[in-house]
Design a protein around this ligand. Structure first.
Ligand SMILES: Cc1cc2nc3c(=O)[nH]c(=O)nc-3n(C[C@H](O)[C@H](O)[C@H](O)COP(=O)(O)O)c2cc1C
Length: 411
């Protein structure tokens, strides 16, 4: 062996088992490459966002028992996988409100989304449209009904609260209809606001008040702070455009909004919405079989079983645990959406197995947005879709109609 061969030999040995990856120069791509699931996106968002902002997204009401329970309910279920079933072709498509979608997920409404990323709702709506999924814009959105429609030719839903200022609500509903939103989502679990104690401890409010703690938080997260300073002020865009509030500051708007929650809301208000809106209605925040039955009797198209992601009443039932009893009571009169705790595609498959038509998710895409902006949301939705497909293959299901209660135990 020559001296050169002797030197080369160990290098050749290393080369035979190691491939050197080209250095990734794109910081977002580098960040995303390390995220294998939604929890990883959450961990990155936790690092990148000021703690007050992260806790606003991540936190829940009081002891956060319901927040934790929502995801735990999925973990408590095991699959009953069938094998040798030829899963060469797996079809994840489903129907929701009479229209097909690539897999059974809708993006839940989340208020003040620009706090996670300057593009906020526009970024999420674009990503949802690319994925072919419905995106629900919140009344408390920081991009307007029209601005979101301008960036998305996809399925858009608009979420409303039953506010004291019914004129303003009716106005927003008319704007959503004019902008060709597909469905109205009426959130009914907010007669009063839940007590989110992480926000109480940090003195976090919307919009954030600047105190010493906020300043330190901002300095420790310079990328987020620079983004905030470089962009338009964050406003409740749909309320800011209304005649009553035009030109007001975020602070006075938030006082106005806080005063709007109406504890006198009742089923009569749902009938009022029906008189305003000719398209499908989703009632979000149903937490008992009895209320699901009332919604069914009113001819509502879909109910979202939801405890607001554990942000309202602590010790509320988990959406997953409600699916089977609700579906058994109302049959196929109303579509049933399971909203809360979804972190993996396998959660979606479990919800379908229990009898849901689809799931909704909020934090999953917010973590992704906070971690890596619009590309993060793309990644999150792709991961969830891939999860659904892989899970179906592993339980021996080639389409979602064959996923039923025999596919799981513990529902
Ligand atoms: C930061 C944040 C803001 C939210 N804002 C709204 C809102 O404006 N309107 C609404 O109906 N629900 C709102 N929700 C609740 C979500 O629509 C959804 O019910 C919840 O996120 C589902 O739980 P998940 O986060 O575990 O997916 C919000 C949730 C979060 C995390």
């Amino acid at each position: 062996m020559t001296i050169i061969e002797k030197i080369r030999k160990p290098f050749d040995a290393v080369r035979s088992v190691v491939r050197f990856e080209p250095l990734e120069t794109d910081a977002v791509a580098r960040r995303l490459a390390r995220c294998a699931n939604v929890d990883d996106l959450r961990a990155v968002a936790r690092r990148r966002l000021p703690r007050g902002v992260f806790d606003y997204i991540d936190g829940g009401a009081e002891d956060e028992v319901t927040l934790a329970g929502n995801s735990q309910a999925f973990r408590d279920v095991t699959f009953q996988p069938r094998v040798l079933r030829d899963v060469g072709v797996v079809d994840t498509t489903a129907m929701l409100l009479g229209t097909p979608l690539p897999f059974p997920l809708a993006l839940a409404p989340t208020g003040f989304t620009r706090i996670a990323d300057p593009a906020g709702e526009l970024a999420v709506a674009r990503a949802a449209a690319r994925a072919g999924l419905p995106y629900t814009l919140s009344t408390m959105g920081t991009q307007s009904i029209e601005a979101v429609r301008a960036v998305s030719a996809g399925r858009l839903w608009f979420q409303v609260y039953v506010w004291r200022d019914r004129g303003l609500v009716a106005d927003m509903v008319a704007r959503a209809a004019a902008a060709d939103y597909e469905a109205l989502v009426i959130t009914v679990d907010t007669a009063v606001l839940g007590r989110r104690e992480r926000d109480v401890r940090r003195g976090f409010s919307l919009p954030p008040k600047i105190g010493l703690g906020t300043l330190v938080d901002g300095v420790l997260h310079p990328a987020w702070t620079l983004d905030l300073l470089r962009h338009e002020p964050i406003l409740f865009a749909n309320v800011a455009g209304s005649s009553a509030r035009d030109g007001t500051s975020a602070v006075s708007l938030s006082e106005y909004v806080a005063a709007q929650f109406d504890p006198s809301l009742s089923w009569r208000d749902v009938e009022w919405f029906r008189s305003l809106w000719s398209g499908p209605i989703v009632i979000k925040g149903i937490q008992t079989v009895e209320d699901a039955l009332i919604a069914a009797d009113l001819g509502i198209e879909a109910v979202a079983l939801s405890n607001h992601g554990g942000r309202q009443l602590d010790h509320a039932p988990t959406p997953f645990s409600l699916i089977a009893p609700v579906v058994d009571a109302i049959g196929d009169r109303v579509e049933v959406i399971c909203d809360g705790g979804v972190r993996r595609g396998s959660d979606i498959v479990k919800a379908i197995a229990a009898g849901a038509t689809a799931c909704m998710a909020g934090r999953a895409y917010l973590y992704a947005l906070g971690a890596a902006g619009e590309r993060g949301v793309d990644r999150c939705l792709t991961m969830l879709h891939d999860d659904v497909k892989r899970t179906m293959a592993l339980i021996g299901a080639t389409n979602l109609t064959s996923v039923d209660r025999s596919s799981i135990s513990g529902a």
